[in-house]
Ligand binder design. Sequence first.
Ligand code: ATP
Length: 342
Amino acid sequence: LPLNFRKDELKGGIPKDRLTIGASLADVDPMQIDCSVRFDGVGGLSDHISALKEMVVFPLLYPEVFERFKIQPPRGCLFYGPPGTGKTLVARALANECSQGERRIAFFMRKGANCLSKWAGESERQLRLLFDQAYQMRPSIIFFDEIDGLAPVRSSEQDQIHSSIVSTLLALMDGLDSRGEIVVIGATNRLDSIDPALRRPGRFDREFLFSLPDKEARKEIFKIHTRDWTPKPSDMFLEELAEKCVGYCGADIKSLCAEAALCALRRRYPQLYKSSEKLQLDVASIKITAKDFVMAMQKTVPASQRAVASPGRALSSVSKPLLENTLARILQALQRVFPHAE
Ligand code: ATP
């Protein structure tokens, strides 16, 4: 079933064999969708969003325009970038935007690894059924999250299973042009681990890089995650925060906001931690201030900096007299080049 349809909304119902497949493979159940996410809940990615609308939504909604000017709409696109930068979020928002209006686009969402099965040939059959169902309910979008699990680079030492899945996917995507009205989107953290054959034009035509947000984007994401707070943090304060949070991804910013709220709670009601009973709280009296954000920032390490151990350490007592001056000069030069970095 597509994510944005209910069972009773399907006209013909689902064929029986598909129902049993869904029931027998517990993991086939698609990711739960959060229906509240819309494009306005995605910060700093407006270029990607308008490109997606142009490439994915318009050809499905207004095929006559593309027909008229003989434009070939893309068959697939690939989202890639570091974790927590909003790839899944954009796909969810796209699904919700597609559920509006008269002409609805069916949106199928699969985690790459969930399409795998222990039975030989079963994954390929699942894929074929998925594309078939998507075709029956066209126009539709198929979204594969973590596609590197499904279609890794085929190599000689690797087992046969993956290479057969990859070739099935290639064949299915090649078959799309005669069928039309289906767009495939893949998301991955590791672009280099996807089979190169999938990345040629005609399959995943366009690639969208979701990089770590810059200062403006960070400010927008802060705004989104604090928009329901009362009182809202001031614009100037958010600007200052965005300047400080270099290297934070969208998910880091979200968790920073949550942590700041917890800090404020801790400050206002320290007795919560001692009492074992539920206390009556005056929620309106919890005010989140700059102090809470400073505390929260001390506690969080951005995801991009967790993976690599920092190579920096203090000079040893032997090398200190030798290198001290040079180091100071280097730091000064760096400070001039990157004034925002600490
Ligand atoms: P992964 O590659 O690990 O799957 P991802 O890129 O798919 O990561 P998401 O699941 O989209 O990351 O993001 C995690 C959370 O971070 C989202 O639920 C959202 O709340 C927040 N987030 C990330 N980017 C943004 C953004 N640009 N605007 C608003 N919120 C964001």
